[in-house]
Design a binder for this molecule. Structure first.
Ligand code: GLC
Length: 451
């Protein structure tokens, strides 16, 4: 009997300890603890991404150095010229707040390698440009003062660092991809030294600026031919341990290539995907990152700016699938949001001022609530209110809520709490009488107070 029990115990231990059955863990946080840590983020729903760096001067994509195969020497002119005389982060913070954005993430260093913060580990930094300012410090102070949560983006890639080895994205091998070029250019480069540099800088960022709410590390691209980079190149496990030690409450994205670990990331980051694709993330923890026009850095000649309605669609569709939206602004080299960004933010402000209750603290609708034609639903589980976003205003004066009979207590427009009359008898459907004049919003919202 005892032998049998012992055998069983051995079997159970074996089963639970093999990687086949137990997903690996880096730390020991429980699911409940994680949920608590992530709570504000899953409720806030809407953030501002800011991509700013030397690339704002060429103004033709933040990847310009790689795309055009530019060397450090050729790129130096942007460092020498950079002088953001209109940089007033208080203005940025006010614009973000007005648009209803509750958190922000700024590029402290993008792939080009230029550091917007003061650092002991390189001279390639903002305190050495003409303006001699720690741009990150000013951003942190300004956004915090507006009550906006503060996040840092830090690029894992670095096209300026002398120890960062060649890979398929590196500017220096864009034109010559031969093995000889790789061997020649990698001579004397030492990724171990670059890893130390990253750890040192991330330590600075997470020590010198107070509480940091989010860290957005970007990005991994492991390749079987060795011409990519992934968790071993960054020493991701050790890096994440360090991050969690320095800032236990911080929320970290999923681009460290730690998919094998249950706790290797806090959220998924579908980038520039269509609204139709967002449905497949339902049930996960995620944030879609999106630009106004295509590139992340300021792009002077790009003409593909999304319309107000498209931006709203992204926000509403994200929440209606239980996710967040982080919308990007690429300030100009002078440090301003240009007029196109400003007017996009202004129109979002108007909508959010009147309708933000359908966004904050909301998620997808409970089982059994189908979206009426041409609309999308969000739901606040605490207040039990359901929000119907009217993408096309009903032309015939009636809105049919399919199968809603007996489920609703009161109906009103969200923007002004004006009552909407409805019929709740005779069929499964509930029919709301709509005023002929559409409220003055591109996408009006109806608030249903459920039984
Ligand atoms: C990408 C790009 C980059 C941008 C980022 C935002 O990985 O490399 O330019 O910063 O996505 O999600």
């Amino acid at each position: 009997m005892i032998v049998k029990k012992l055998k069983l115990l051995l079997l159970i231990t074996l089963l639970t300890s093999t990687s086949l059955f137990a997903q690996k863990m880096i730390g020991n946080e429980t699911a409940a603890q994680k949920q608590k840590r992530m709570e504000w983020w899953t409720q806030d729903r809407f953030g501002m991404f800011i991509h700013w760096g030397l690339y704002a001067q060429p103004a033709r994509h933040e990847w310009v150095k790689s795309i055009e195969g530019i060397s450090n020497e050729q790129y130096q002119k942007y460092f020498d010229q950079f002088n953001p005389d209109q940089f007033e982060p208080k203005k940025w913070a006010k614009q973000a707040k007005a648009a209803g954005m509750k958190y922000a993430v700024l590029t402290t260093k993008h792939h080009e390698g230029f550091c917007l913060f003061d650092t002991k580990f390189t001279d390639y930094k903002a305190t050495n440009i003409q303006a001699k300012r720690d741009l990150v410090k000013e951003y942190v102070d300004a956004f915090r003062a507006e009550g906006i949560k503060v996040g840092f983006y830090y690029s894992l890639l670095d096209w300026h660092h002398p120890d960062y080895t060649m890979d398929e994205n590196h500017p220096l091998v864009r034109k010559d991809k031969s093995d000889e070029a790789y061997a020649r250019l990698n001579k004397g480069r030492d990724m171990a030294k670059y890893r130390a540099y990253m750890r040192n800088q991330i330590t600075e960022l997470l020590t010198n600026y107070g509480k940091i709410d989010i860290l957005w590390l970007d990005f991994s691209f492991p390749k079987p031919n060795g011409r990519g980079k992934g968790k071993d190149d960054w020493a991701s496990v050790e890096l994440l341990k360090l991050i969690r030690k320095l800032q236990p409450g911080i929320i970290v994205d999923n681009r460290l290539d730690l998919g094998d670990y249950k706790d290797g990331a806090d959220f998924e980051t579908p980038e520039q995907v269509s609204t139709a694709e967002l449905a497949k993330y339902k049930g996960k923890t995620w944030e879609t990152c999106q630009t106004f026009s295509g590139s992340w850095g300021y792009h002077r000649d790009e003409n593909s700016w999304k319309t107000h309605k498209q931006l709203l669609d992204l926000l509403i569709t994200s929440v209606s699938n239980g996710g967040n939206l982080i919308l990007n602004v690429g300030p100009t080299a002078r440090g301003e949001f240009d007029h196109r960004a400003t007017s996009a933010l202004d129109s979002l402000s108007q909508w959010m001022h009147a309708n933000n209750k359908s966004i904050y603290n909301c998620t997808y609708a409970p089982e059994g609530y189908k979206a009426p034609e041409d609309s999308k639903l969000t739901y606040n589980p605490t207040t039990k209110r359901l929000y119907v976003h009217l993408f096309d205003y009903p032309a015939n004066g009636k809105l049919v809520l399919p199968g809603y009979q007996g489920k609703v207590k009161y109906v009103q427009f969200l923007n002004d709490s004006s009552e909407l009359l409805y019929k709740d008898k005779g069929s499964d459907d509930l029919v709301v009488t709509m005023p002929s004049k559409k409220p003055d919003f591109s996408i009006p919202v109806i608030e249903l107070i459920l039984q």
